[in-house]
Design a protein around this ligand. Structure first.
Ligand code: BG6
Length: 504
């Protein structure tokens, strides 16, 4: 792609954690690889009073701790930091946005034409207000003289279907869809993008990629951490809104979409949208059977006491917010009609892992006494790679079938794998929206999730199962899996060469 020669990034909510841990380190990593435009600068905007120098010191610590390139020549960091500026304003006061305009003219005094990215890392209630305030300053208008104007917004995009629609409509008063970049950092993960390449650059799996040959699909995203210091946000959100409505459904979209006719943003996003629109809507009555929610309780892991969710900071003492969700769903289309799909995500599980497990159907007729399961496991993180399981003859007398596997690990290629934020920030600079979520996809995902939200709200009888911190969630989640004695694929048991990975 053609490199641009000018970009100014204005981060709203810049004193927050995201800027220090992810955004500035990712921009520095791009800088080290020579990927940033020749002329670039970053303006941090938030309420906290910092001078340019103080803010630079604050983000310098973040780069030293979180950058993938922190081992680089320190002089590079010094040079990079000089392009960072700061402005304290009251982001909830429209008049203060005039100061943003003034500061930007000060920063870009030399250039004739500036391209701007506005990065909104603020509470979502400010999104449309910021867009409106920038528009009032004439800062959203883009033409050949001004350069382009793009806005990246962080999830959550709405709190439910109605608020998501409202947010989309409000933003459209000030910006066009082509200017809005809704970031879902899972789409920036190299291994999530690899799903498309794996499927559409190879001819061996695609003919099997349908209800005729696939028994079931599982997507798991487990985290070993609890809510940490985000209790205030999380208690009003929960795992369904925090992980399932966005990240998990986006992975599902990649796994189940039809091949696009061209590799282009809208063609790809049209195909994932069709998947979201084909998700079978649950009746409120079915929610109890199809969705299991849980909340972690106090426990002891390797001698360490782990707090229960309700004891976490900023969490209500009687909270019913789910920290675990497992659900079963169907995609009502020709490719997937009847194939059960299972998704689960939770906090305080035994390990951090995200994986997709495709289980193929058995052979139509079994010639041998025993058989092996054919499974393809796509490990999104960590130990990124692919594992294919099949049956082989057990050497010696007879025809015993033995389970074997082929295992590919990304780290074997020894190439630098960019972080999600690096990839996504660069895509935004290039104007590539492929890995950003379109307004209609956001709404389609909420449409699927809404009956679950409603059922939980209207029917307090639906249980929130407790599970001890450090375990795989409530046992009831196993009952979702169709078929006798079937359970989820448990990553720890199957990982090779790394016994310390986790214990079960
Ligand atoms: C965020 C959620 O979107 O994703 C967090 O808000 C979650 O609760 C995080 O911890 C997980 O991201 P990753 O990249 O660590 O898997």
């Amino acid at each position: 792609m053609k490199k641009i020669d000018n970009c100014k990034i204005i981060i709203f909510g810049a004193s927050g954690d995201l800027t220090k841990r992810k955004l500035i380190p990712a921009l520095f990593d791009l800088y080290c690889q020579g990927e940033l435009p020749k002329e670039f600068s970053i303006l941090g905007v938030s309420r906290t009073e910092y001078s340019d120098e103080e803010f630079r010191k604050h983000v310098d610590e973040g780069v030293k701790k979180y950058s993938e390139r922190k081992e680089n020549d320190p002089k590079l960091l010094e040079k990079f930091i000089k392009n960072i500026y700061y402005l304290a304003i009251d982001t909830a006061k429209a008049d203060d946005y005039a100061k943003v305009k003034d500061k930007m003219s000060e920063i870009s005094k030399e250039s004739q034409k500036d391209n701007y990215i506005y990065y909104l890392s603020t509470p979502p209630k400010l999104y449309s207000f910021i867009a409106e305030s920038l528009q009032k300053q004439g800062m959203t208008e883009q033409n050949d003289q001004t350069g382009w104007r793009r806005m990246i917004i962080e999830k959550p995009f709405g709190y439910d279907l109605d608020s998501a629609k409202k947010l989309n409509q409000e933003l459209f008063n000030f910006l066009k869809e082509s200017q809005i970049y809704r970031i879902d950092h899972y789409l920036g993960k190299e291994t999530v993008q690899n799903i498309m390449v794996f499927r559409f650059a190879n001819s061996i799996f695609e003919p099997l990629w349908n209800q005729k040959y696939i028994e079931r699909i599982e997507i798991t995203s487990s985290e070993s951490i609890g809510v940490e210091d985000r209790g205030g946000y999380y208690d009003g959100s929960g795992a369904l809104r925090d992980m399932i409505q966005n990240h998990m459904l986006q992975i599902l979209g990649m796994i189940t979409m039809e091949p696009p006719s061209v590799f282009e943003a809208n063609a790809i996003r049209n195909e994932t949208l069709k998947v979201f629109q084909s998700l079978r809507q649950m009746n409120k009555e079915d929610v109890d059977k199809m969705v299991i929610r849980g909340q972690y309780t106090e426990s002891k892991v390797k001698g360490e006491k782990l707090k229960g969710y309700r004891e976490e900071k900023d969490v209500a003492a009687e909270s019913k917010t789910e920290t675990f969700v497992a659900l079963k769903l169907f995609i009502d289309n020709w490719r997937w009609g009847g194939t059960p799909i299972y998704i689960r995500s939770g906090k305080r599980l035994p390990t951090r892992v995200t994986e997709v497990v495709i289980t193929f159907k058995n052979t139509p007729h079994n010639l041998f006494k025993n058989s092996a399961v054919n499974q393809l496991i796509m490990r999104i993180q960590p130990h990124e790679g692919l594992l294919l399981k099949f049956g082989m003859k057990n050497p010696g007398a007879g025809f015993d079938v033995k389970a074997e596997s082929m295992d590919f690990h990304y780290d074997e290629i020894k190439e630098y794998v960019p972080t999600a934020y690096e990839r996504l920030l660069l895509d935004c600079m290039m104007g590539d929206q492929t890995l950003y979520t379109r307004h209609d996809a956001v709404e389609a995902c909420w449409t699927f999730v809404q009956p679950i939200i409603d059922a939980w709200k209207e029917n307090p009888e639906i249980k929130v199962y407790g599970y001890p911190a450090g375990t795989w969630g409530p046992m009831e989640a196993d009952n979702l899996i169709e078929g006798e004695d079937l359970t989820w694929h448990y990553p720890c048991k199957n990982l090779t060469n790394d016994d310390s990975y986790c214990e079960l």
